[in-house]
Ligand binder design. Structure first.
Ligand code: ZN
Length: 248
């Protein structure tokens, strides 16, 4: 998947400096101060990799970022918090410019071999649900892929989870991911469709800035949620079955 690269021992100082510059931006953008773990690599196939964990952002960055301009570092800060389109475009341009002489850029599908779409589950075919919603509510304008998330091989948790992310939408991959626990015959189709509908709205509405803050569910988004035919029914089902879903 990736070329082997020498350990960037020499660049510990550079990584620390970059980490400080980034921390400033991230601190200004979010009201928390998450831990930031920056590692520099020579890895040509993973120029930029961000793992977002609770209270912590882990970054693997190509050395090219050491000499990035203030504008690029600011875009990186925004991208780390959320991969929105404008920051992505700035970073893409920077990476393209600095990649001259590096290995030729590969297609996205080749660069991310781990993202294999699997819309056809054991009980539900997400493609069918997506297509119905797309023509029924969006006039076929939503351009996204959809997949079941990967099932983790683990025994049942001792205690129920506190939260469960039913679905997510990745702006950079235009990919909707649905939690595999919903692929069960006792989960009604209208509830699953509701979760997919919500993620599709994320593509339509983007992440506008309201009062200086990024808003993931702006008023227009919330208003359009209510247009879902089985809005009340889906919410009722979730309230009644929440405890069971958290025991996946
Ligand atoms: Zn959402």
């Amino acid at each position: 998947m990736s070329l082997s690269s020498p350990k960037p021992v020499v660049h510990v100082g550079a990584a620390k400096r970059l980490q400080r510059r980034l921390s400033r931006h991230i601190g200004e953008l979010s009201n928390q101060t998450p831990t930031l773990d920056v590692r520099l690599t020579n890895n040509r196939s993973t120029v930029l990799l961000v793992r977002r964990e609770p209270g912590c952002y882990r970054l693997r960055l190509h050395h090219m970022f050491v000499s990035a301009s203030a504008q690029v570092v600011a875009a990186l800060g925004r991208y780390v918090i959320h991969p929105e389109a404008e920051a992505s475009a700035t970073l893409d341009a920077f990476i393209a410019e600095r990649s001259v002489g590096l290995a030729p850029p590969r297609e996205r599908s080749q660069r991310r071999p781990h993202t294999v779409e699997r819309p056809d589950g054991e009980h539900y075919d997400l493609s069918a649900i997506f297509d119905e919603l797309n023509s029924g509510y969006f006039g076929g304008t939503i351009d996204a892929k959809i997949t079941w998330g990967r099932r983790k091989r683990q025994s049942l948790p001792a205690r129920p989870h506190k939260t469960l992310t039913m679905g997510s939408y990745s702006v950079e991959d235009r990919l909707i991911r649905i939690h595999p626990t919903l692929d069960r015959p006792d989960v009604p189709r209208y509830y699953l469709a509701w979760i997919v509908y919500h993620e599709m709205l994320h593509q339509k509405h983007g992440i506008p800035e309201l009062g200086g803050r990024r808003c993931y569910h702006p008023p227009s988004f919330v208003a359009e949620e209510r247009l879902f035919d089985e809005y009340e029914r889906a919410h009722r089902w979730e309230r009644q079955h929440r405890h069971r879903l958290l025991l996946y």
